[in-house]
Design a protein around this ligand. Structure first.
Ligand SMILES: [Zn+2]
Length: 404
């Protein structure tokens, strides 16, 4: 049923082949067409979680698998963290984690999510709860498209390109985080996941129309980064993410397709003290004594693509040089929209920024992708443009049942 004609070499890779072995995904449940489940941290820094199941019963177990309670369909219970101890409906549970399993979907704070949900005391963030939902990858992608793009306005080919990109990104994260408590977060830290859209026709068409297709480079998965708007040129991966593998598919290139983005050009005015305060609180800079910000200089990039690799911060206590993208995240990725900054000027207590683009700039430019779709380019051509040299590889989804 897949009739994709690839711009770049199209390989059929069956399960058990190199790519799927590397992914090390959990065994696929029969209901999800051969796709693995992805573990999504749907809630972090919480002190209370409301769990239920609208259409079937739910079983709650402790960390040793001991059943704690069974909920009938349509009811809910409250998991709380009180004095660093878990309670369920006010009763203390001698465990640091809970597992809820339903025949239908477990609801978390009213949102229908997944067959299985884990809630645990997060040792990396003391005094908080993290909730991790196990979601079939294809269904997860429907929620990612809902969270990442204005699907009711964008072209079908751009939605398909986003589905393949997000599937590739997700599978790569599953490989990298196989030994961690979860694979991805449900925010911009990974890709935005918005539950409750599993019956949306437009979203399902984009996901089903690309089922099991991923981007590879030399036959291997790579982190298929994407961002909102490149501002005229995409970025080279390792320049932005020093830990990123130096794959040719993330080399960056000129992009003439995103000029319609509301963030193609942006202007921001940020108080010097706000920047200093955020830098002092940023974990990367723990122990640095940062005084009053005097000036900022974005370094690197070219006249055609003035996206900085580094930022040099002159402050009353000295000089500090840091990765420009990490600086953007420290200040606030929605405030300092990109590091393609064309001008920094002083205005009293403020620093004034004029820049282009929104996001880190690596890989697919979402507004550019839609710009290409509106000009009649196909999904394969869009991906071939932003991930030049890559391939499309099918890793599952040949059959509509898991019997293979
Ligand atoms: Zn662009």
């Amino acid at each position: 049923m897949l009739t994709l004609v690839c711009l770049f070499s199209c390989k059929e890779v069956r399960p058990k082949n190199t790519t799927t072995q590397e992914i090390q995904a959990p065994p696929p449940p029969a209901a999800v067409l051969g796709a693995p489940e992805i573990r999504v941290a749907v809630l972090r820094d919480a002190r209370e979680v409301r769990i239920g199941c609208a259409h079937s019963s739910l079983t709650l177990s402790d960390g040793r698998g001991q059943e704690i309670s069974k909920l009938p369909a349509g009811s809910e219970l409250y998991v709380k963290l009180e004095n660093n101890t878990l309670t369920v409906n006010g009763r203390v549970v001698p465990s640091t984690g809970l597992r809820a399993v339903a025949d239908g979907r477990v609801t978390v704070n009213g949102a229908e999510l997944a067959r299985q949900l884990d809630v645990y005391l997060d040792a990396t963030r003391p005094g908080t709860l993290t909730a991790v939902a196990y979601i079939g990858l294809e269904e997860y992608l429907v929620g990612v498209l809902a969270g990442e793009v204005p699907y009711d306005r964008w072209g079908a080919e751009a939605l398909k390109a986003q589905a393949i990109t997000s599937r590739s990104y997700a599978l790569y994260q599953m490989k990298v985080h196989a030994g961690d408590p979860y694979d991805v977060e449900s925010t911009v830290m990974s890709q935005v996941f918005k539950p409750g859209n599993h019956n949306n026709v437009v979203l399902n068409a984009a996901v089903n129309g690309t089922r099991g297709l991923v981007l590879t480079s030399g036959g291997k998965l790579f982190p298929a980064y994407f961002h909102s708007t490149c501002g005229g040129a995409t970025a080279r991966g390792p320049g932005v993410f020093p830990d990123s593998p130096a794959v040719a598919t993330l080399n960056g290139r000129a992009c003439p397709y995103c000029t319609q983005s509301p963030s193609y050009r942006w202007h921001a005015e940020i108080a010097r003290e706000e920047i200093a305060r955020k830098l002092r609180a940023f974990p990367d800079l723990a122990g640095k004594n940062i005084g009053t910000i005097q000036s900022l200089e974005f370094q690197g990039g070219s006249s055609a693509a003035p996206r900085a690799d580094l930022v040099r911060i002159q402050h009353s206590g000295g000089t500090l040089t840091m990765n420009a993208n990490r600086f953007r995240i420290a200040v606030g990725a929605g405030l300092l929209k990109s590091v393609m900054v064309e001008r920094v000027a002083a205005k009293g207590d403020l620093l004034v920024f004029d820049g282009r683009g929104f996001g880190h700039g690596v890989g697919l430019c979402q507004y550019g992708s839609n710009g290409m779709a509106e000009r009649g380019y196909t999904c394969e051509q869009i991906l071939g443009f932003y991930y030049a040299g890559g391939e499309l590889t099918k890793v599952y989804g040949d059959r509509l049942t898991a019997s293979r």
